[in-house]
Design a protein around this ligand. Structure first.
Ligand code: ADP
Length: 265
């Protein structure tokens, strides 16, 4: 609580009294704290790959690494860490654009099945590498309303997470159904996997920026820890809701409800 005290005077009459101004600054403080935490997190996240790039480059520069295979593996690390920096910066910029509402959205009716099919095509090689089967259960002729690029980004993030966090030989499924007990008709999407799952205590936090259940695992799968917070924002912007259910060792389901289009002219 901030209290400002202002003495009040009136011409001629002189001193009249005090004006007390009470202001609840909890919310402002909270936002300030969140912002500085974010800056601290960003710096930490950027420092790790930079340190790796510098460390390995330095070792190569000393000329002490004579063996070509070792030298190549160091170069590969430098390349990968550069790639990681690129993705991190891309995600950070994306998040800050979304949070400051600088993303122009073009709402239009979008047919669900072709959109998901095109994403499956992109993800097929990643899934094949791990012998993961991709399953699609989406009826024909179903339309949702939203911004196509942003919806693509939402599904892409959820599906690539599902592939990353599912061991070889597993299954990733996307099912869509009409949810008609609501006032406004919605489509319910369930993106489920047979992966490692998320411990109960972590479930409420996974949409937070940079929150990862297992840092090492997220890093090795190329994650930035920002994917789900971007997803959460994009779902909000597209007037949807998202929640998650999971069992460790069994798998995870993301349940995504988005506005449905009933009539296409
Ligand atoms: P990351 O880049 O680390 O994947 P995300 O924001 O996309 O970051 O996800 C946050 C964390 O949530 C991940 O680090 C992982 O621990 C967990 N997670 C997300 N999706 C899944 C999933 N399908 N199965 C298991 N864990 C998941």
């Amino acid at each position: 609580l901030r209290i400002d005290v202002v003495p009040m005077y009136e011409e001629g009459d002189g001193y009249r009294g005090m004006l007390f101004h009470f202001q609840d600054v909890t919310e402002i403080r909270k936002l300030e704290r969140m912002r500085s935490e974010f800056v601290a997190n960003v710096s930490h996240e950027l420092k790790t790959p930079i340190a790796a790039v510098q460390g390995f480059a330095e070792t190569l520069l000393t000329g002490e690494v004579k063996d070509e295979e070792t030298a190549r593996s160091f170069l590969q690390i430098i390349y990968d860490e550069g790639d990681r920096l690129n993705r991190l910066i891309g995600d950070i910029l994306e998040l800050s654009k979304i949070e400051s509402r600088q993303v122009p959205l073009a709402f239009e009716p979008i047919e669900v099945r072709p959109l998901i099919e095109s994403l499956f095509e992109v993800l097929k090689s990643a899934a094949d590498k791990k012998s993961i089967s991709l399953k699609l259960e989406v009826p024909e002729g179903m339309f949702m309303e939203g911004d196509e690029d942003r919806l693509r980004q939402i599904f892409m993030n959820l599906l690539s997470n599902a592939i990353s966090y599912t061991p070889d030989g597993g299954r990733v499924k996307l099912a869509a159904d009409i949810l008609d007990d609501e006032e406004e008709e919605k489509i319910r999407f369930v993106i489920s996997d047979t992966g490692i799952g998320i411990p109960k205590k972590d479930l409420p936090r996974i949409f937070e920026r940079f929150y990862r259940v297992d840092k090492a695992r997220s890093r090795s799968s190329g994650g930035t820890g920002l994917g789900l917070s971007i997803v959460k924002h994009l779902v909000d912007l597209n007037h949807g809701t998202i929640k998650v259910e999971s069992k460790v060792g069994e798998g995870t389901s993301f349940i995504l409800d988005l506005p449905m289009v009933q009539h296409i002219d």
